[in-house]
Structures are given as structure tokens and as C-alpha cells.
Design a protein around this ligand. Sequence first.
Ligand SMILES: *Cc1c(COP(=O)(O)O)cnc(C)c1O
Length: 373
Amino acid sequence: MNCPRVEVDLSKIRHNSQTLVARLKARCIRVTAVTKAVCGHRAIAQTMLDGGVDGLADARLSNVQSLREAGNTCPITLIRTPMLSQADDVVRFCDASYNTQMTVIAALAAAALRQKKVHGILLMVEMGDLREGIMPQDLGAIAQQVADMPGVALTGVGANFACLNGTAPNSDQMRTLSDLATDVERRCGAMLQTVSGGNSANLPWALGGHSIGRINDLRLGEAILLGVDPVTGDRINGLFHDAFKLVAEVIEVSDKSARSSVSAAGPNTGGLRLVPNEAKAARLLLALGKQDTDVLGLSMPAGHTFIGATSDHLVISSKQATLSVGSEISFQMNYSALMQAMAAPDIQTKCLDDVPSPIVQAPKGAGAHLALI
Ligand SMILES: *Cc1c(COP(=O)(O)O)cnc(C)c1O
């Protein structure tokens, strides 16, 4: 089988989707599944839809296009503000897009009129993350312009949190977003279909006990795919966190020391690291490198320790004596490792759809004896 490869267990993605959809449904919040971390992978997207999500969203038009080419006709929203140069294709492939710029919205409207379509516009509001968004005081006037513009329909407002500044939204911010939605409706005399509260970082707020106000949608990627809260890194109860694994092949086994060859001052070492202080571990070289994934986002299997990586090689130490050249080793990935691996040209994705084994909870306090190298 192809190596390196990402193996994805679709049954776990389905379970995570179903579980989050059910939990949020009880709070009257819909789920839009975000496929950008898996590059709009067709089978994974379909599995999210099978799991009951309301629609899909992606940041890149190329991913949306691939979903459309696969025959996917579900609602797809572009969650990154469209490039002006892509306005025509955004209208062609997406039902709606999140926007912050009037010039772009005008170009989308013109494209929609040419294509005899109506393109949905959701306005993204800046609420503290300081990435994309219209300043709240400007929202009303922009919403009015969009509502009056032929070719586009104002379908919603939304906000994004915890992407650039890493802090989850609080109740005050969510109340403000609800109030802004109500203000827009009063001003424009139109009902907003969607008030989107944010990404996976909003789950603690959305599933908390308080009122949800006008929020009726969340855009979820990481929580569905990896079962973790992106702000804390904590595993979300009742979800699988091991739907994906990255499998790489051993290409050299030796007993070179982990210590001698590493100069902490060198430009490529990435600084000092802690590794187990054990002389008797074999040193493995794997055909996997920084060009394939975020090597620091890989979880080493038990008995294995990360030593270093270059563009095409990963060096780890292993206490498992049975490993030889040609053996395969599997790693779990964090979000950063996953998205890079899914986009890497040399990594193929293999889908499994097994009956999932029970959810394994995180081991508590895994300690090791460490030495500085
Ligand atoms: C990436 C992204 C999401 C999904 O984020 P997760 O943390 O993966 O849930 C939602 N909205 C926007 C605007 C994004 O860029």
C-alpha cells in the first residue's frame, strides 16, 4: 500500500458529525461542516453530510470546485472573503460567501446577474479576532447596500473567533452579534436566514446552559475531524479523536546516538528538545518530512520519540525491536499536521469505514524520563 498515506476512518467522522449535530440541534443551532483542512475531500465531505450537517463550507474555491465536479449539489459557502479575481467562479460554484468588501460584493452581484443567479451574501463582522470582518459600526450601512443590490441576497451575518488571537468568544460578544443581527433586520426590513456564531472554538459557549440569542449556525471543522477544542486542545467528550492517522515507512534502522549529531546552535535543529535518556533505543529513519506535514504536530506512538526532521526525512528513536526496513509506523496528527498532510502531493488518502471501536479517553499524566539534547 502507498506510503506515506493518511488513513481516515469515515465511521468516526460520521459519528462525530452526528453527535455534534444532535447536541447543537437541542440548542436550535445548525452545523455547517468546514472541509478546508481535508482540501474538500469528497468522501469525507459526503460523510459529514450523511452525519446530518446542514451544508458545507470551505476557504478555497479549488476545494469547492472539486466537490462540485464530484456531483455534490448541497449548499456550499465560501468562508474566506472571495478574491476579486475569482468573482465569476465563486458565483458559479458557491451558493453563498462570507464577505467584508463592497467592491467584491459588487463584482459578485455583476457575475450573478450575468449568470442569471442570485448569490447569497453573509457579512462577516469583526468581533475581536482581528482577522477578517466589517467593523460593527459600519455593518448597518453595508448591509443596506447589499440588501438593495440586484444579483445578491443578504442571507446572514457571522463572526469568527480564535483564529488569529486564540481566544474563545464570551457571552458578551455573542450577545453583541445577536443584537447586530437584529439591528440589520430592522434597518433592512429582511429576515436573516443565518446568524453564524463562529467555528469549533464556540462549542463551549454554544453548549453552555445560557440563552443562545439569535445564533443559529456554527461552522465546524476541527471538532468534527479531530474531536478537539481548538483553543484548549482538549478532547471533546464522546467524540473520536483518532479518525485520521498518518502512516510512514521505515527506510533505515541504526543505533546512531540521538545526541552526538545534533548541534543545538545549528540553524536546522529548531532549538533544544527533550528526548528520553535511554541508550538502548534504535534509531529509525522514515520517508516522511517537513514537505509532507507539520512534523511537530505528530504524536509519537508509545515507545517512540521524535528526534528531528528535514524536508524529506523523519528521525525517531524506538524501543520496539521488531521494526525493520519496510515496517510501517502510524502517527496521530494535530490540525496543522493534518491539513498539511492532506495537501501534500506525495500523500494519498485511504478511506476506511469500519465499525468504530469504543472511544479511548486521554491517558492522564503520561510522564517520561527526559534528557536535554
Ligand atoms: C477555518 C474556519 C472555520 C472552521 O474552523 P474550525 O476551528 O476548524 O472549526 C470556520 N470559519 C472560518 C471563517 C474559518 O476560516
